[in-house]
Design a protein around this ligand. Structure first.
Ligand code: 73E
Length: 798
């Protein structure tokens, strides 16, 4: 039905009638979206079935990627692109007077994630399918994804996200594959034929119902599966009195995504979600394996299970439970299979501190808790043999200690592979955060530097630049992103530079139009677009960016000889609803924007824009239009960052610290092709360990700093009273935990280097081209190929 324009149009119009019961004339954009989605599903269904059949018949090893988040964004555009039918569809619709762009925009973002971690999982699915790897996702079908952000008077307000309001064309409910999940109750132990038998009784049952979504590879027939689990009441309602409450509590499990990024909360509902995901996923994985192999003795040879951060770490005791209680295996065999099946990625050093209180854990999951206790006992015994008498070490490494379960320790003990997400991050894990574990089992530790799918973030998001690349070097880069390096010889070619800058200009114009539509503010399209988009977090230091803007403003007001190359500072960021400090920073950005944008003396040189409700679809409009990519976290804290890679691919230059994957970007492009500044990770970690930083000194010795910090509290922003006082206090009273003032001068100086480079177009576009040329390494195809070989032991299946 997509072979040519005419066939497509015919097929489209017929389905409009059968699916929507409408004539073309009465149809709406949403109808068009619905019909197109169905056509794609129909088109791929044969391949989807065939992929599943092949996996069954070939008995190939499969990987299951367990993640509490999948930040998919919109799917229509990328599915059409991956199927290679986008152009036919676009032209066919155009004949009918429909713009494909409008149809795409009517799709709601599937916002089932907070930020980098969830988006990484989505990029990985794209690469798995494209590389024909047998890899599938398991997640939760949250009714409400990450909240929608509204800005009212400069303050963030959260609204529930409603992505399912008009249904979801991509999913198929598979009720017959539902899995029962047990909570609460107690464990009965009795003896049978000389063995101890454990039975979980009086539990509250929840049905996990899978909704399958196809994951379509680029230019291949492989269609993998993303299985999202929905929590529903069990088929037979229990006969206890409060049926309504049971229904409410059950459905609550898959109702909301927790809006926390890079920091976890030990809440009971979160633990319920985690076990729900794990029990449902393992139930379905094990059922499929049993059907094929009859038993689970070879599970680890045919199945790899990846736990994305510690959220799904209960996969370890749950798999043990299945092997022990359902299969009757010995502890030794069950442990062998479990540890050889499971691998774990750590995404943040903060998660090392992640704990779950026993008094919450034990009653909710009594049998799982017993198994964790046993794992801990055996683990401590092993440590005791290895380090006799070294109580201190064993206490620090124990999985259960002082009334809590340490999730990261369980993950390391129960898996065969532990990886960080960038070189620097993995080194910090090995040498600091997880040093004792690294000493105990160095062979488990490895690095897998993150990557992003260049097909969404370059090919789809930036067709203008993609066309230029293909015109220059051919289209091999789409399948083999590392061949982008072939652009390098063109980096100093004036004609190429000219074309590159024209493409950027075009995208800046497009974003400027969007900014005007959303905010009513006109920005100068020839100004430098300087962008910081990411979750709002103190360690990401949006505050450093804002204080620098305040400094520029002050200087422009006070110094008649001072001028700058016109700049547009663009922000996008959601703050966790309960993270009050972050919310104050959002208000601060708006207060500064208000001043700067409305001051005739400055607003031709300086503009500040906050784009509300930052999300995947908005990101796709922003990256292609950026000149400068702000990656300014306190060194050592951002595990990797992935926005940095998306900017780089789109030819923006990084203004950043030597943190996370910035370090590897610098290795790839050369320090001279970035704007690096500030403390190194080692310096930061030294300060944290030995002290010696006094924020007051920087405040008193640098007039620029004193002025902007004082302006937070001295009435400079008259409408906010003392709302920014906590920000002021964080810098001075609390000695500036993230070294904002310490790095201020270096950051200002780096901005001056940016400006100088931008004033020299030949240099700027050379640098930009070099960045694009080296971005292939940061494609998730490379990352996934490494996981496949080093961790999962899977190979392509076609
Ligand atoms: O540096 C990023 C990293 O690029 C890191 O902060 C982020 O993961 C990205 C992908 O590897 C991350 N998110 C979380 N932890 N690390 C997190 C923690 C709890 C809940 C939700 C997300």
């Amino acid at each position: 039905m997509f072979t040519d324009k005419e066939t497509f149009k015919q097929a489209f119009l017929i389905r409009l009638e059968t699916l929507c019961g409408k004539q073309f004339e009465e149809s709406t954009t949403r109808d068009h979206y619905y019909v197109l989605g169905h056509m794609v599903r129909e088109h791929i269904s044969r391949h989807w079935i065939a992929t599943n059949e092949r996996n069954r018949a070939q008995k190939r090893k499969q990987v299951y990627y367990l993640s509490i988040e999948f930040l998919l964004g919109r799917l229509l555009g990328s599915n059409l692109l991956n199927l290679g039918v986008r152009q036919v569809v676009e032209e066919g619709l155009r004949d009918l007077g429909i713009r494909l762009e409008d149809v795409e925009e009517s799709e709601a973002d599937a916002g089932l994630g907070n930020g980098g971690l969830g988006r990484l999982a989505a990029c990985f699915l794209d690469s798995l399918a494209t590389l024909n790897l047998p890899g599938h996702g398991h997640g939760i079908r949250y009714k409400h994804g990450l909240f929608d952000q509204k800005i009212v008077d400069g303050y963030q307000v959260e609204l529930p996200q409603q992505w399912l309001r008009h249904g979801n064309v991509w999913e198929i409910r598979k009720e017959e594959l539902a899995v029962e999940v047990n909570f609460w109750g107690k464990v009965e132990v009795y003896e049978q034929n000389g063995c101890l038998v454990f039975r979980h009784i009086d539990s509250k049952k929840v049905m996990a119902v899978p909704y399958d979504m196809p994951v379509i590879g680029y230019g291949t027939n492989t269609v993998n599966t993303l299985r999202l689990w929905n929590a529903e009441p069990a088929k037979t309602f229990p006969l206890h009195k409060d049926v309504m409450q049971y229904k409410r509590e059950t459905e609550a499990i898959s109702e909301f995504l927790y809006p926390d990024d890079a920091h976890d909360e030990g809440k009971i509902l979160r633990l319920k979600q985690q076990y729900f995901l794990v029990a449902a996923s393992l139930g379905s994985i094990v059922r499929a394996h049993r059907l094929q192999h009859g038993n689970l003795h070879q599970l680890h040879e045919y199945v790899a299970i990846h736990v994305n951060d510690t959220h799904p770490v209960l996969a370890i005791p749950e798999l043990m439970r299945i092997l022990l209680d359902e299969e009757g295996m010995s502890w030794e065999e069950a442990w062998h299979i479990t540890t050889h099946t499971i691998a774990y990625t750590n995404h943040t050093t903060l998660s090392e501190r992640l704990r779950m209180a026993i008094h919450l854990f034990q009653p909710l999951l009594p049998r799982i808790y017993m198994i964790v206790e046993e794992i801990n006992e055996r683990f401590c015994r092993e440590l005791w043999e290895r380090y006799p008498g070294d109580w201190g070490r064993i206490e620090q490494m124990a999985i259960i200690a002082h009334g809590v379960v340490k999730m990261a320790h369980l993950a390391i003990a129960g898996s065969h592979s532990v990886n960080g997400v960038a070189k620097l991050h993995t080194e910090i894990l090995k040498q600091r955060e997880m040093r004792l574990f690294y000493e105990w089992a160095p062979h488990k530790f490895n690095n897998k530097t993150n990557g992003v799918t260049h097909r969404r973030w370059l090919l789809k998001a930036n067709p203008e630049l993609s066309a230029l690349i293909t015109d220059t070097t051919g289209s091999r880069w789409i399948h083999e992103p590392e061949t982008l390096i072939e652009l390098k010889p063109h980096a100093s070619d004036p004609a190429f530079q000219q074309a590159l800058s024209a493409v950027k200009q075009q995208r800046k114009g497009k974003l400027a139009a969007r900014i005007y539509e959303k905010t009513g503010i006109r920005v100068d399209e020839s100004s430098i677009f300087d962008v910081q988009v990411k979750r709002l977090h103190a360690y990401k230091r949006q505050l450093l960016n804002v204080l620098h803007i305040m400094y520029l403003y002050n200087r422009l007001k006070e110094d008649p000889h001072f001028s700058i190359y016109p700049r547009t500072f663009i922000f996008g960021a959601k703050a966790s609803p309960g993270y009050y400090y972050a919310k104050r920073i959002i208000k601060l950005i708006h207060s500064v924007a208000d001043k700067v944008n409305n001051d005739k003396q400055t607003n031709e040189q300086l503009k500040v824009i906050f784009l509300e409700n930052y999300r995947v679809s908005l990101a796709e409009e922003i990256f292609p239009a950026a000149d400068v990519s702000e990656q300014i976290s306190t060194a050592s804290i951002e595990a990797s960052g992935t926005g940095n890679m998306k900017f780089m691919m789109n030819g923006a230059l990084t203004l950043g610290t030597l943190d996370g994957a910035n370090v590897e970007i610098a290795e790839a492009v050369g320090k001279e092709n970035m704007f690096l500044f500030g403390l190194t990770a080692e310096e930061v970690l030294n300060y944290y360990e030995h002290g010696g930083y006094r924020a007051h000194e920087y405040y008193h010795h640098d007039k620029r700093i004193k002025q902007v910090v004082d302006q937070l509290v001295n009435g400079f922003f008259p409408d906010v009273a003392d709302y920014f006082e906590p920000i002021y206090d964080s810098l001075l009273t609390q000695n500036d935990e993230y070294f904002v003032l310490r790095d201020f001068a270096a950051y200002t100086e780096a901005h001056e280097r940016v400006e100088a480079a931008y004033r020299d177009p030949a240099r700027w576009w050379y640098m930009s081209a070099v960045n694009i040329a080296h971005s292939g390494y940061f494609a998730s195809d490379r990352t996934i190929a490494e996981y496949a070989v080093d961790i999962w032991g899977i190979s392509p299946s076609m």
